[in-house]
Ligand binder design. Structure first.
Ligand SMILES: NC(=O)c1ccc[n+]([C@@H]2O[C@H](COP(=O)([O-])OP(=O)(O)OC[C@H]3O[C@@H](n4cnc5c(N)ncnc54)[C@H](O)[C@@H]3O)[C@@H](O)[C@H]2O)c1
Length: 335
């Protein structure tokens, strides 16, 4: 239990605020309280204010100016983050900052430096940070529990996102970065936790249907340290409404192939077994806020922080250079 009830200001009250953050926060009223909500869309802000009972403000300044606010949750699209983060850091606020951390690596670096200079804590909700089983598995893989980690292969075939219109910002590559940037980033972060630092990438993609303003069939190949390898494929090419979607995630190690799904299986020369990993490790958005609070109160390690956010933007920056050049590109890691 936290030492006090944490006051939260929210910027961006769209889908993920509603179905993720608020869903978690409303289950922990003694630990966290939503004090302010702000959104450039008046309807979204009003809905969030009604649900939470928070004050609806006409500018985010109100939450930066109020000393009582401890945490600012930023759930805007990735192209509308850097200014809010700088102002929140200048006001000494801790951050719950949605992924991808920023639309460009320059913005990600500015965010990273603002956070480090201010000495505030920042949680970034990647799939590993949200899922205790993935977190525990990555630790075991890195520790060599299945032999040397060798490769990470993730494939997701689907329609464009069904919960938003085809002309929503998420389907516009100039705004969202495209399908790898928005979706596969979760598995890129898990891959890094399993395989280490990315060194080079090659991006191959096509806009096959013209339904969205984006590549809709995309594959990113990643070469990691020590010759490890990753492949991430994301498709938005399936016909909207067809009702089909398919996802597979494999971690290949020298002594086992791990199959991640609703359960985690290890296939070895001795046979197949279901791993009892992370079953008790907490996950979900409420747990994200608890982890952030534990980091604020006692320096507990964050499940994913601005460092992981920056590392992902560095890979994505090399991906965008590879998209332009058609060649393999180096991942530039900032210190
Ligand atoms: N971690 C996860 O599992 C997960 C899942 C879904 C979405 N996301 C991420 O969360 C972010 C938001 O996604 P979403 O699905 O909620 O999108 P959304 O479009 O539903 O919501 C974004 C909200 O931000 C508001 N907004 C836009 N510009 C703003 C600005 N300058 N100031 C204040 N408000 C502004 C919009 O009006 C909208 O209400 C994206 O980066 C997305 O990738 C993360």
């Amino acid at each position: 239990m936290s030492r006090k009830r944490y006051e939260i200001g929210v910027i961006g009250c769209g889908k993920i605020w509603d179905i993720g953050h608020w869903k978690g926060l409303k289950e922990m009223p003694d630990e966290a309280h939503v004090r302010y909500v702000f959104d450039t869309d008046a309807g979204s802000a009003r809905k969030a204010a009604e649900e939470t009972g928070a004050a609806l403000v006409e500018s985010a300044d109100a939450m930066f100016d109020d000393d009582a606010v401890d945490i600012v949750a930023i759930c805007t699209p990735p192209f509308a983050r850097v200014d809010y983060v700088k102002r929140a850091c200048a006001a000494g606020k801790h951050l719950m900052l949605e992924k991808p951390m920023a639309r460009t690596v320059d913005e990600a670096l500015a965010i990273y430096r603002s956070i480090r200079e201010a000495g505030v804590k920042c949680f970034i909700p990647f799939a590993r940070a949200l899922g205790g089983a993935n977190r525990e598995l990555a630790k075991m893989v890195r520790a060599g529990a299945f032999g040397e980690p060798l490769a990470f292969v993730h494939t997701n075939l689907g329609t464009p996102y069904s919960w938003v219109a085809l002309d929503h910002w998420m389907h516009d590559q100039s705004l969202s970065g495209g399908p790898i940037f928005d979706y596969s980033i979760h598995y890129m972060e898990l891959a890094r936790a399993c395989l280490g630092e990315a060194r080079e990438v090659l991006y191959g993609a096509a806009a096959t249907t013209g339904r969205v303003k984006s590549d809709d069939q995309a594959t990113l190949l990643v070469w990691y340290e020590d010759g490890r390898f990753g492949e991430l494929t994301k498709s938005w090419s399936l016909p909207p409404g067809c009702g089909y979607g398919h996802q597979t995630t494999h971690v290949v190690c020298a002594d086992a192939v791990l199959v991640l799904g609703k359960t985690i299986e290890a296939h070895t020369p001795e046979g197949k077994r279901e791993l009892d990993v992370g079953k008790d490790a907490p996950g979900g958005r409420g747990e994200s806020y608890r982890n952030l609070i534990a980091a604020i109160e006692g320096d507990a390690p964050l499940h994913a922080s601005e460092l992981e956010g920056l590392r992902m933007n560095e890979i994505l920056d090399a991906m965008e250079r590879s998209r332009a050049s058609g060649r393999k590109e180096q991942v530039v890691i900032h210190q």
